[in-house]
Design a protein around this ligand. Structure first.
Ligand code: GRF
Length: 193
């Protein structure tokens, strides 16, 4: 069996996506989750990492972890692929260049609608609700220097109706995330890391 690819998950929130991805790759022969990178000491995603015995790296706003640059840590650990799951900081050029076409993000709307700076979490579902959209969904895309503008690799949609609220929209979208994100990560790694 060739060496399993190493995935680092970047997140700033509860870590529900991270939990699904870690368990999906637990016995996967292609890849494994090396660890979690987070910019918030108290975020739930760090507890998810601890509960699953994967590395935890807390970074500051300059992407430094302790005295080291995050890129050094990822290279020393031979991380092959980065997955953003609710990570609320812009990825610096140093990382997007070092990991070109090897960083995936999931956005909880059908981009290009309701994307861009400041559009994350509940703000997205509120915007979809306010726009009276008949559909919402998820977009999985490569990450480049601009927010939510990398090449889209996958989208899945769900119908909305007059009974929906921003909260029910979020519930419907999270079901799509759970169903599709881990497989799309595996497919992307299989196709070409
Ligand atoms: C998810 O809704 C994801 O689509 C977005 O950020 C949220 C992360 O949630 N990128 P969690 O931290 O994985 O629970």
């Amino acid at each position: 069996m060739s060496k399993r690819k190493k995935i680092a998950i970047f997140g700033s929130g509860a870590g529900s996506n991270a939990e699904q991805i870690i368990s999906y790759f637990k016995n996967n022969e292609l890849a494994q989750v090396w660890g979690v990178v987070c910019n918030k000491k108290q975020a739930g995603i760090l507890k998810v990492a601890a509960n699953n015995n994967v590395e935890r790296v807390v970074i500051n706003s300059d992407f430094k972890c302790g005295e080291q640059e995050l890129l050094e840590v990822l290279k020393d650990a031979q991380v092959d692929f980065i997955v953003l799951a609710g990570f609320l900081r812009k990825i610096p050029l140093s990382l997007t260049r070092a990991y070109e076409n090897r960083i995936l993000n999931i956005h909880p709307s059908l981009l290009p609608k309701h994307g861009g700076k400041g559009m994350y979490g509940k703000h997205v579902h509120q915007a979809v609700f306010d726009a009276k959209e008949h559909q919402s969904g998820i977009t999985i895309h490569f990450v480049n220097e601009e927010y939510d503008e990398g090449a889209i690799i996958f989208q899945a949609s769900v119908d909305l109706d007059a009974n929906d609220s921003p909260e029910t929209i979020e519930e419907k979208v999270r079901l799509l995330e759970k169903k599709h994100f881990p497989q799309q990560i595996e497919k992307t790694i299989r196709n070409g890391v």
